[in-house]
Each structure stands twice: as structure tokens, then as C-alpha cells.
Design a protein around this ligand. Structure first.
Ligand code: FES
Length: 187
């Protein structure tokens, strides 16, 4: 499982998140993301699309993988790179739940809690994840910066309750007793 990679090339840490948090409110301290190899990747993406606008989703994905989340300043940076308005980019970022608008843990854990999975015990799986990750509450990042757990709607695996997405990896049939083993493989 590949965790999101920070701008220095290592997985982003709480310190990294704090840096981004600071940059969120101070334009002068914002460190551009679309530079160096990340900019090279963006240029490669742009070659595959008929217009810059058409490349917005993969461009945002690229930026999020590099920075860990998409701040207002990052939205403006993408907008400038793709000749779009910041408002247009923000509209797209806020539409899709896959884009993080605030720093999250190195492992972003999404748990289906739609009715069929709830009927099969999703609530207990969520409770186990919150307890064993140390997050405590939904949407909160653990003190070690490793985990953020959220509830999501149907993940399309209703026959495998409870399905959990950990970054881009799909884990089926997660029951509370399996949670410690699953998390141990991530640490
Ligand atoms: S209801 Fe949980 S995956 Fe569909």
C-alpha cells in the first residue's frame, strides 16, 4: 500500500501537515507544489488531454499526492497552471469528496456506513477503527499523524460488509476483530 508522498519525497508527517496548515493562511509562506518533478508529471499529463481544463482532475490528484491535501493556495496554483479561475477549481475540489480540503493522516480510511453495511455491523467496525487508530472521532487525525477515519456512502461492495478504503487500497469484509491486524500491516 502506497501512502501519500510529501513534497520532500517522504510520506507526509504531522510536521508536514502543520507546515501546510500554516501556509493555508499566509500566502507568502506557501510553497508551490507544481515544481520540479511534479511539474514534469503535470506536463506529461497535459500532453494526454485535448485542453488544459480537461486535465484538471488528474492535476488535482497529482497535487494532492505530492502535498497530502488541496489548500486554497494550491487551488490557485493549479488554476494558474491550467489557465482556469480559482473559483472554477474550487468548485471542482469541493464537489468531489476524494480531494482533501484540510490535512489528513498518512492513511486515509473510508468506511461504508450506508444502510446495508450498517445492518451487517459497520458501526462496530467504525468504532474499532477509531479506537485502534487513536483517532477517537470521525474526521480527526490521530496524534501520530498516521490515520484519519471517515464514514462514506456505498463503496459498491455491499456483499462484502464492511468494506473499507485505505488510501487507494480496498479491504473487504472488515470486522472489528480484523482491525488490529489490518492496521499493524500499515505501521
Ligand atoms: S452499502 Fe456498503 S458497500 Fe454498498
Amino acid at each position: 500500500m502506497t501512502p501519500p508522498v510529501g513534497e520532500t519525497g517522504s510520506a507526509h508527517s504531522p510536521a508536514h501537515a502543520a507546515h501546510d496548515s500554516a501556509g493555508h493562511g499566509h500566502e507568502e509562506s506557501y510553497q508551490p507544489v507544481l515544481v520540479g518533478t511534479v511539474r514534469d508529471e503535470l506536463d506529461q499529463i497535459l500532453e494526454r488531454y485535448p485542453t488544459k481544463m480537461a486535465a484538471l482532475l488528474p492535476a488535482l490528484w497529482l497535487l494532492q499526492n505530492a502535498r497530502g491535501w488541496v489548500s486554497e493556495y494550491s487551488m490557485a496554483e493549479v488554476a494558474q497552471a491550467l489557465d482556469l479561475t480559482p473559483a472554477y477549481v474550487k468548485g471542482v475540489v469541493t464537489f468531489y469528496t476524494m480531494y482533501h480540503q484540510h490535512p489528513v493522516g498518512r492513511y486515509f480510511v473510508q468506511v461504508c456506513t450506508t444502510s446495508p453495511c450498517m445492518a451487517c455491523g459497520a458501526e462496530d467496525t467504525v468504532a474499532a477503527l477509531l479506537r485502534h487508530t487513536g483517532c477517537g472521532e470521525l474526521g480527526t487525525t490521530s496524534a501520530d499523524g498516521k490515520f484519519t477515519v471517515i464514514e462514506v456512502e456505498c463503496l459498491g461492495a455491499c456483499g462484502f460488509a464492511t468494506p473499507v478504503m485505505i488510501n487507494e487500497e480496498f479491504v473487504e469484509s472488515v470486522t472489528p476483530d480484523k482491525v488490529p491486524t489490518i492496521l499493524a500491516q500499515l505501521r
